[in-house]
Design a protein around this ligand. Structure first.
Ligand code: CAO
Length: 551
């Protein structure tokens, strides 16, 4: 079997052009004109079509390589059998300039030879035309970033043109001020079409050229190397991200992600997936300003969170609907919001509900009221709940764990429980250590002490670290149940709502019982429903009969 090396074609003078996508794999059968790779300079990107049909036997470059004309691209063997039947007549090799990946120098728009200045030192107006596109086809104007009066540097993008195969920035051949713009987005232009008039300072280098001397004509860029009709219609290459497999490309194409090469390059440099960036250009095209705006939103903490792909909530001018007061969020509010959001996005939450019959527990607690007063403390349900949670965690150590990013399970031998405290400044979660080793009175004192410290904003970072489980009691406020957010990296949190006297069937009659609503939210990455269910059922049993804590 004879194989042939297919080289990188003439790139119109561009060198060191980056490979951004390889469209074929070893073993693939390709037809003439099928795309082999996509190359991209800072000004244009372009599919390199196969010059003939064949089967790929080796790929000689990789994504990220910088290549030059003549570098080996792929090895190809002739097609055999049925595949060979599909082979079409070999198309004429595209002209060198038709295959060009535009380099900055080679894509310069062509200025009209200038009329003689009326007086030395006066500015002159250059009519800038579409440069040689290497094809007689018309291409779309997809972006006109300038307005009359804008100043441009030499090399700045004047317009972005796009064919069905590629898009390219047309850089300005010289510095100047835009006098008028001759095209609009959506227009179709071809080589030589007027683009804009540029007022050029008298001292501009172009003026030094003899009037009759045409602007140097370099090998032309080719947004459309061959008439569209001759090419396979599937590709819209420049408008999809550099996906590496056919499946990814199809998926990307399905999303109709429109962006020019400079925009894609900018996004890549900033580590942004264009799929996250809402496009404001025609057909939803993503503009440079969209990428920049997106970065600003993220930096300001308003935009999409890292890689989540969640579209940002649009900013609303609430004052349009009535009087409003606006004040900055406090640091605590911001920290709580960030923690909640992080946990909400990272933790697959499940919440399980139950009710504990705390009739006896409440009777016991009430019986201790006088003693509590003597001790100068208050015995709310919370210390008893802490005690019961500690016993349940001891019996179900799988709930007292954290997962690490390198897929380890950290089992904690200590039982430290966080307690959500509602303060005027916001929510804080001080941690009570070694709950299992402390008496009810010690816990009651510590709860009161930490709650007071929290309200006076005197908690230290150390007071709020090291928890393995959290208790969030809204019982004093009311409510029948809620779904607390796991305080990651912990994996479970117990929500406690207001106890209510309810009729409970005891087997022969309904009896009034004090029922305490509980909701256990857990991280389904760490716990399964069975683990969480066993833990909550055990906790309900302990609260129903605190003598069981002695077992
Ligand atoms: N059902 C009925 N009454 C309850 C109750 C419940 N589940 N839990 C507490 N109570 C009662 C207490 O017994 C107390 O009554 P007495 O004054 O008659 O003793 C009263 O409600 C007030 O209790 P408290 O709130 O002062 O004390 P606590 O120990 O129950 O809670 C603390 C302490 C710090 C946890 C609590 O004040 C608090 O800040 N809770 C809010 C937690 C929170 O915001 N969670 C949500 C976080 S996620 O957004």
């Amino acid at each position: 079997m004879t194989t042939e090396t297919i080289p990188v074609p003439d790139l119109g003078g561009a060198d060191e052009v980056e490979v951004i996508e390889i469209c074929v794999a070893v073993g693939d059968s390709v037809q003439a004109e099928d795309s082999l790779v996509v190359l991209e300079s800072d000004k244009a990107s372009m599919e390199i079509p196969s010059p003939r049909a064949g089967r790929i036997t080796a790929i000689r470059l990789a994504v990220g390589d910088k290549v030059n004309a003549g570098d080996p691209l792929v090895e190809m063997a002739p097609l055999e059998g049925a595949d060979a039947g599909e082979e079409q007549a070999e198309p004429p090799a595209p002209a060198a300039e038709e295959q060009a990946v535009a380099a900055e120098a080679s894509t310069e728009a062509a200025p009209e030879p200038a009329p003689a200045p009326e007086a030395a030192g006066e500015p002159r107006v250059e009519l800038i035309r579409v440069p040689d596109l290497g094809t007689s086809d018309e291409v779309d104007v997809i972006e006109v970033p300038l307005r009359a009066g804008d100043t441009v540097e030499e090399g700045a993008s004047l317009v972005v043109l796009e064919s069905d195969k590629a898009s390219m920035d047309v850089p300005s051949p010289m510095a100047g001020t835009v006098r008028s713009i001759k095209v609009a987005e959506g227009d179709r232009v071809s080589t030589g079409s007027p683009l804009l008039e540029l007022e050029v300072a008298a001292a501009a280098p172009a003026e030094a050229r003899p009037e009759s001397e045409p602007v140097e004509s370099r090998p032309a860029p080719a947004p459309s190397p061959a008439p569209a009709a001759e090419r396979k219609p599937s590709s819209f290459q420049d408008d999809v991200g550099p996906a590496s497999t056919a499946g990814q490309r199809e998926a990307a194409q399905a999303t109709h992600l429109y962006a020019g090469p400079a925009v894609r390059k900018l996004a890549r440099e900033m580590g942004i997936s264009l799929e996250q960036v809402p496009g404001t250009g025609p057909k939803g095209r993503i503009l440079k300003s969209d990428v920049q705006g997106f970065v600003q939103e993220v930096m300001a903490g308003r935009g999409v969170l890292s890689g989540s792909g969640i579209p940002a909530i649009p900013e609303v001018d609430f004052a349009r609907f009535g009087e409003v007061d606006v004040e900055p969020m406090s640091r605590l509010h911001k920290a709580t919001a960030a923690n909640m959001h992080r946990s909400w996005l990272n933790v697959p939450h499940v919440t399980q509900f139950d009710e504990a019959d705390v009739t006896e527990l409440e009777a016991f607690r009430t019986s201790l009221r006088a003693e509590a007063e003597e001790r100068g403390t208050r015995l709310t349900p919370l210390p008893l709940l802490l005690k019961a949670c500690a016993a349940a965690l001891q019996a179900h150590p799988g709930v007292n764990v954290s997962l690490t990013s390198d897929e380890q399970v950290v089992r904690k031998r200590y039982i430290h429980i966080g307690m959500a405290v509602d303060t005027p400044a916001g929510l804080v979660v001080p941690v009570i250590r070694d709950v299992n080793r402390k008496s009810l009175w010690e816990l009651a004192e510590e709860v009161a002490e930490l709650a007071e410290k929290a309200r006076q904003r005197k908690l230290t970072p150390n007071d709020m670290q090291g928890g393995g489980f959290t208790l969030s009691s809204l019982g004093a406020l009311g409510g029948q149940g809620f779904t607390p957010i796991v305080n990651a990296p912990e994996v479970a949190i117990l929500g406690v709502s207001r106890l209510a006297v309810k009729p409970v069937w005891d087997g022969s009659e309904f009896v009034p019982r004090k029922m305490l609503p509980l909701s256990l939210s857990y991280d389904h990455k760490a716990l399964n429903g069975g683990d969480a269910g066993r833990f909550l059922t055990h906790l309900v049993e302990l609260l129903g009969d605190i003598r069981r804590m002695l077992l």
